[in-house]
Design a protein around this ligand. Structure first.
Ligand code: GAR
Length: 199
């Protein structure tokens, strides 16, 4: 069975959505390890409460290459073959990404390529778009730029705040992230250039 490694930095609600689907047998994989790079991440506690194998590897003050080697060692220790970034707010080094070619997924709270980077929901509101959403994509060496697996659109309402918009986007994130993982696990796709196409 595929062994997932889930990286988090914060709340861990996407981790929760994935773990629910694994527990229900809707994702045929095992969560081999959850790694938080911040000791105060609420998702770490939540993962432990669920009985998941969760560890903290604090990244603060560490050089990216040095930290990513620690990360890699932890993932290899648990024989992870698919890495899911779930609110992991740290860039990965090229060396790390090359170890998992098309085996790292990320969820981002906008319709990429719009609004990459931090505070995507804030960026969307500032820009005045009427439609935003979320994207699950493969991670390559550019920020928030790898081939797109699934997206969901979320309309922006006139009275939206960052909080209300984020909540509605999050609802869609929890739906499409498990779905994207299922697709990747099934192998029922091919990557042509930037396009992820169903077989
Ligand atoms: C989610 O909205 C996710 O899309 C976003 O952080 C949040 C994490 O929430 N990720 C990024 O912005 C990555 N650039 P969670 O910890 O509750 O899953």
């Amino acid at each position: 069975m595929t062994r997932l490694g889930i990286l988090i930095s914060g709340r861990g609600s996407n981790l929760g959505a994935i773990a629910d689907q694994v527990a229900a047998g809707h994702i045929t994989a095992e969560i081999a390890v959850v790694i938080a790079n911040r000791p105060e991440a609420p998702g770490l506690e939540a993962a432990l409460r669920r009985g998941l194998n969760a560890v903290c590897l604090p990244s603060k003050g560490l050089d990216r290459e040095v930290y990513d080697r620690m990360l890699l060692a932890e993932l290899e220790k648990h024989a992870v073959d698919l890495v899911c970034l779930a609110g992991y707010m740290r860039l990965l080094s090229a060396g790390f990404i090359r170890k998992f070619p098309n085996r790292i997924l990320n969820i981002h709270p906008s319709l990429l390529p719009a609004f990459p980077g931090l505070d995507a929901q804030h960026q969307a509101l500032d820009h005045g778009v009427k439609l935003t959403g979320c994207t699950v994509h493969f991670v390559d060496e550019q920020l928030d730029a790898g081939p797109i697996i699934l997206q969901a659109a979320v309309p922006v309402q006139d009275d939206d705040t960052v909080e209300t918009l984020s909540t509605r986007i999050l609802h869609e994130e929890h739906r499409i992230y498990p779905e994207a993982i299922r697709l990747v696990l099934s192998g029922g796709y091919r990557i042509e250039g930037r396009r992820v196409i169903g077989k």
